[in-house]
Design a protein around this ligand. Sequence first.
Ligand SMILES: *Cc1c(COP(=O)(O)O)cnc(C)c1O
Length: 476
Amino acid sequence: MTDALTSEAAPASALPQSRHLATAIPGPRSQTLHQERQAQVTDGFGIVLPVFVEQADRGILQDVDGNRLIDFASGIAVTSIGASHPRVRERVAAQLERFTHTCFMVTEYESFTKVAQWLNEHTPGDFEKRTALFSTGAEAVENAVKIARSATGRSKVLVFDEAYHGRSLLTMAMTAKDNPYRLNFGPFPAEVVRAASANPLRPGAINHDAGAPASAEDVTAAALASTEATLAEHGTENFAAMVIEPIQGEGGFVVPAPGFIAGLREIADRHGIILVIDEIQAGMGRTGTLFASEHEGIAGDITLTAKALAGGLPLSAVTGRAELMNAVHAGGLGGTYAGNPLACEAALAVFEAFEDGSLLANARAIEAAAREVLEPLVAETDSVAEFRGRGSMLALEFADRGTLAPRADLAKEVSARCHAQGVLTLTCGTYGNVIRLLPPLVIGPDLLADGLQVLRLTILDVTAEDNAVADAPALA
Ligand SMILES: *Cc1c(COP(=O)(O)O)cnc(C)c1O
């Protein structure tokens, strides 16, 4: 049976699920509010699209000027079941009537246990688990490192090229890209070591001739050999953990070459290193399975979740082998807001929404629809180098044919023109030359088709104009 994209997973609400332009984007009201923001808010926050949102539901963001934008961002992979799912609203509203906070380290509430139980049962790994809840993804990553150090008595952490793990001091050190994430913010915590990733399009561990792409097997073998060499160089016995995203997020939606993560699993086992799978962006159904590591057929000793875990409320989790999670001394983990009761209720609503499997089927249907519309662009243009990803986590990389010179200018121009037409896209990647698509899993088929057509036609326009410029005779 093929997966058909259905809207049944989310009951209809008042917000029409169609694109609508009432003004130019951004509209006058958004422009005024943005000016006011600039007078009050630090410039340190970037902005993808300076549009102020009034209401959001499933695939639509409605702004203060009455425009309805198609949401291909989901607030960066957060609102997978939409930004106003009825179950989330009901559960959070009911909790709001009872209490907003106690601090789980002071007095307890049952929803925290229930979220932990669901994660213990559903994350990959057929072993006894325990879970710790926090608020942000970076906190989950930091706590995984704390737990791994405490359990092993070792200090070093292995991370990979193109990795993104957050913006706190330790997770900045673990993140690969300097600008904007690390620039001017050092010095960073020591003991973080980086190895080559297994990027099939740009295999850092291989010296291959440009234009003669390496086979996936070669990419995997070279990256694993590089991992072993990096560990040996820094003292394999010093490593507490290796941390990897099953599909790299901010680094460019890089799907690792087949066998790479399974190879890391084997290396970790052989050396007594804890394998931490950072599912913060790729997990919670985004890729068509509950967890992206299921595609790799492996389980981390520790699995991290956040982003889509609680339907837009801040919640993150560290779930791992019971003996690791319990190796930490009592009182060593926690946080004032860790596992806030409103966020826990929202997570329970998300779990309920995933129960009948239709959201996972939707993720796979989104991939099929997008592949049909966008993958031909690789052959049709000279500068779409790759269409990649899984489920509703998809990307197009812009680079010149043959040389693979990154074309961030094209990604930026395509994205800007999509925004002007009411389609919210994001870019990412080491070179900023990747457009990533993260539609909510509850987007309707017609809305998805409309957004994909806008993107496809815009790419054809922009790449044709680029060719015309390149072919124009030089001025004498
Ligand atoms: C977003 C992200 C983080 C950090 O999460 P925050 O909630 O922003 O701190 C960590 N790892 C990955 C893979 C992410 O995508």
